[in-house]
Design a protein around this ligand. Structure first.
Ligand code: 13P
Length: 339
């Protein structure tokens, strides 16, 4: 595959008015999400829940791509159609999480590193066969007393770059996700500094590894106050700080920035994205790749009852619609009340 196709995938994922559904929770994470609405995490329940999301009529107007987990990319809808094909038929691009999760970073108490490079070239070839067009790898940076360390940031940046280079070699557009966690009582200024330092290291590593910036997307955290910080920054401050940070370090060659929600409420994640998109023009498309912020109301409506399927799909379509509006800065908080 040439540059042309790779760049086309990245651009399609950030088409105006659309964003990405992150439905790539590992088995451990989806088990916690299902438990929160008292649903057992059986293979069948996980499959049924993902089918509900992927077959929501009209979602394709606001959802450009879906990130799948390894188990999910092998599963099928009730009619026997494999999930990647279900999505493609709706005009939604299927992607796959390829990291294998985080472990403690040896020698760096309280810090993490992401595993999954061993055998990745072969796994990527397999995912191409299954219909995947893009990939994701998540690195986690924790803010705390004396952390993050340079050692942790550099180790994670190097792995993200190796993952991105291997993905592009396989013809898959990588989503590079260095997440600075919201957890902690740090200020928004501290989040800004750590996010700038982290993203600068990530782009240094991407350049060193000859990753084509036009054929990838960045998935960062927004710049927000720590979740336990006494003083919580307002929507405009978050938008200004987030864009200031991105403008310092993200090259204009990157076609899009797709923010993660990272534990923000669904309404906050939409309001922040909207405020970010009201500050135009910017060099990149500014979009979403939300997990929790798109799915929280869906799980609440579903609760594992087949009869709740239509209500759950309405909840998903509603969140997708509101985030679609936020892509053009046309969301208003009053819209949360209607419908
Ligand atoms: P959240 O939006 O819930 O942070 O999930 C996005 C994601 O893909 C995390 O890896």
């Amino acid at each position: 595959m040439g540059h042309h196709e790779l760049d086309g995938i990245a651009r399609a994922l950030v088409a105006p008015g659309k964003g990405i559904l992150a439905a790539d929770e590992s088995t451990g994470t989806i088990t916690r999400r299902l438990a929160s609405v008292e649903v057992d995490s059986t293979e069948q329940n996980r499959r049924a829940y993902r089918e509900l999301l992927f077959t929501t009529e009209g979602a394709e107007r606001f959802i450009s791509g879906v990130i799948l987990f390894d188990e999910t990319i092998h599963q099928q809808a009730a009619d026997g159609t494999r999930f990647p094909e279900v999505l493609s038929h709706h005009g939604i691009v299927p992607g796959i999480k390829v990291d294998k999760g985080t472990v403690a970073l040896a020698g760096f108490p309280g810090e993490k590193v992401t595993e999954g490079l061993d055998g990745l070239r072969d796994r990527l070839a397999f995912y191409v066969e299954l219909g995947a067009k893009f990939t994701k790898w998540r690195a986690v940076i924790t803010i705390g007393e004396g952390i993050p360390s340079d050692g942790c940031i550099v180790a994670n940046a190097e792995l993200l770059a190796r993952f991105a280079a291997l993905s592009q070699e396989a013809g898959l557009a990588p989503i590079v996700e260095p997440e600075v966690l919201m957890d902690g009582d740090h200020t928004i200024q501290r989040c800004y500094e750590v996010t700038v330092t982290t993203l600068a290291a990530v782009f240094d590593a991407l350049r060193r590894h000859r990753v084509r910036l036009e054929g990838m997307l960045l998935k960062p955290n927004m710049v927000v106050s720590g979740s336990d910080c006494a003083e919580q920054a307002g929507v405009d401050e978050v938008a200004g700080a987030t864009l200031g940070c991105m403008r310092e370090v993200v090259p204009a060659a990157v076609p899009g920035i797709v923010f993660l929600s990272g534990g923000q409420s669904d309404e906050a994640a939409t309001a922040h994205l909207n405020a970010i998109n009201r500050r135009r023009p910017q060099p990149w498309q500014l979009s979403f790749s939300y997990g929790r912020a798109l799915q929280a109301p869906v799980l609440e409506a579903w609760k594992g009852e087949p009869g709740n399927g239509p209500a759950a799909q309405r909840a998903f379509l509603r969140r997708a619609t509101l985030n679609g509006a936020a892509r053009s800065g046309d969301y208003r908080p009053e819209m949360e009340q209607s419908g």
